[in-house]
Design a protein around this ligand. Structure first.
Ligand SMILES: [Zn+2]
Length: 332
């Protein structure tokens, strides 16, 4: 089996696992399970940094340059579904820093990896948790039986270039503290990368600025910061947990929201990691039946998973542009 086939197989297992929540797929030593590409550290000075998943890899590796080594942990299973393997624990054994988003997304997994590795020196940095409260959104609540439960903060901060810039600057500061001799390098590379992140914001803003129809339904509750950055209007969320179909009550509430007079919503986001034939397509058909003109499914990647061979320094920029292109094509 080559890498692509392996990944496809792993993705198929992921879909199956999501569809059958009672079946637990422990990864352990199963060779079919996705493993980090390389769990060894090169023999060179400088901080050894692990990051939980792909966007943080791009932010960190761009700031690190040759002064620090950066390794990404999660690949075909993103932060909602990931379980650390023994190889992941080994990777953490020698690391100095572990960058995560936090906000109840991935910090527990990092802590369990640290505890499992016995590396008491490892510093886990919750980058999302360092954001000022005013920059954080509350998770969208799709409960129809509204009681006064507390809302968590939405962790999907990496999907806004504005927030990506703040995270990049936190990463720069952490690397400067860990490796003060190379402070000037971290400073310069962070500055250059922030320029690229600003260019993504400009790109998307430009692409979407003339759209009269900026309403959409999000696949899972991941688009609040993206919505804010690009002045979109996310009307609802299709599934509370990726892979879990909405219940009838949630579906009828979504249909009600999407058919509201003067605010008809025709763009329905799907995710490449999950089948589009389920709830997204069901909603699309319901909207056609209710007279919404030309409802479309559009694939928006929440950037939570990656094929290891695709993870280059410019992966985040490329994926963000792909999402913006897809959305601009779908919106009128
Ligand atoms: Zn998510």
């Amino acid at each position: 089996m080559n890498g692509a086939q392996l990944w496809l197989k792993a993705a198929a297992v992921g879909v199956l696992a999501a569809a059958l929540p009672l079946l637990i797929f422990g990864c352990g030593k199963n060779p079919e399970c996705p493993q980090p590409a390389d769990t060894t550290w090169p023999d060179k000075p400088g901080p050894k940094v692990v990051v939980s998943f792909a966007p943080l890899y791009c932010f960190t590796a761009n700031v690190a340059g040759d002064d620090a080594t950066v390794k990404n942990v999660m690949t075909s299973k993103g932060p909602h579904d990931f379980d650390p393997t023994e190889a992941d624990m080994r990777l953490v054994t020698k690391a100095d820093l572990f960058f995560v988003v936090g906000l109840k997304l991935d910090e527990k997994k990092a802590e369990s990896m640290r505890d499992g590795s016995g590396n008491k020196q490892l510093r886990i940095v919750e980058l999302g948790g360092m954001l000022d409260k005013k920059h954080l959104c509350e998770s969208k609540c799709t409960h129809t039986d509204h009681t006064d439960h507390k809302h968590d903060k939405d962790p999907h901060v990496w999907l806004s270039p504005d927030h990506a810039i703040m995270l990049t600057n936190f990463i720069r500061d952490e690397l400067k503290i860990a490796d003060p001799d190379h402070a000037a390098g971290y400073e310069a590379r962070a500055g250059a990368y922030v320029t690229k992140l600003k260019a993504i914001k400009t790109y998307g803003t430009e692409k979407l600025k003339d759209k009269k129809d900026n309403r959409l339904v999000s696949f899972h509750d991941s688009l609040a910061y993206f919505e804010e950055a690009f002045k979109l209007d996310v009307r609802g969320v299709l599934t509370k947990h990726p892979g879990q179909e909405p219940v009838a009550k949630e579906m009828s509430e979504l249909i009600r929201l999407c058919t509201k007079k003067g605010a008809e919503t025709r763009v329905i986001a799907t995710e490449p990691q999950y089948s589009t034939s389920g709830s997204g397509e069901a909603l699309r058909k319901e909207l056609i039946a209710k007279g919404v003109v030309d409802p479309v499914l559009v694939e928006l990647d929440p950037l939570e998973t990656v094929k290891p061979e695709d993870l280059t320094l410019d992966w985040y920029e490329k994926k963000m542009r792909e999402n913006l292109d897809a959305l601009a094509k779908a919106m009128k």
